[in-house]
Design a protein around this ligand. Structure first.
Ligand code: PRP
Length: 186
């Protein structure tokens, strides 16, 4: 889905599909430099990270494995409380593995902070983080991101995995959602 297909639902473009591809290529070169020969385990955080995982993994020139984790906070309003629960755990052991957590966005930082703490007890050789997007002005927890695509403004963005009520994940780029979409219950 392109921005024009979304009509007036997208009020401004934040990151284009071309910029995403460039960002992922830059991140991939950095990851290769650090993890070549280590067969990292990429851990995608469902559902938003599906697009990043698919494109970043294919951009990499090194051998990787992939696994998936699904987590949920107890509702948006309580997200800053840091209450996160596992909906789907990893299939793989992290023992001795070089782990690369793959995220679409770090917003408050709560999810990533919790994941890093959770993974730290599982015996990984190393844990790194790749996120396509970060909202510096929204972060309530300071979390390290080793490979970052873009810092973006603290606005309600959708696309490339990011949703509003499960919609717009399939937009090729990332854009600001028209407030009318979420204020009129559409
Ligand atoms: C999004 C995103 C991150 C998290 C970041 O997931 O994919 O996992 O929020 O937010 P935080 O930094 O404030 O914790 P979401 O919970 O919306 O689920 P989804 O990926 O299934 O859309």
């Amino acid at each position: 889905m392109d921005f024009e297909d979304a009509g007036s639902d997208i009020v401004s473009v934040v990151v284009t599909a071309e910029q995403i591809a460039e960002g992922l290529a830059r991140m991939a070169r950095e990851i290769e430099a650090d993890l070549s020969g280590k067969r990292p385990l990429m851990v995608g955080v469902l559902k938003g990270a599906v697009m990043v995982m698919a494109d970043l993994a294919r951009e990499l020139t090194i051998d990787v494995e992939m696994d998936w984790m699904a987590v949920s906070s107890y509702g948006r309003s309580t997200k800053s409380s840091g209450v996160v629960r596992i909906l789907k755990d990893l299939d793989s052991s992290l023992e001795g593995r070089h782990v690369l957590i793959v995220e679409d966005i770090v917003d408050s930082g709560v999810t990533l902070s919790w994941l890093l703490e959770n993974f730290a007890s599982r015996g990984a050789a190393s844990i790194r983080v790749a996120s396509l997007l970060r909202k510096p002005d929204a972060m309530s927890v300071d979390v390290p991101i080793d490979y970052l695509g873009f810092d973006i403004p603290n606005e309600f963005v959708v696309g490339y995995g990011l949703d509003f009520a499960e919609r717009y994940r399939n937009l090729k780029g990332v854009g600001v959602l028209n407030p009318s979409v979420y204020s009129d219950g559409a």
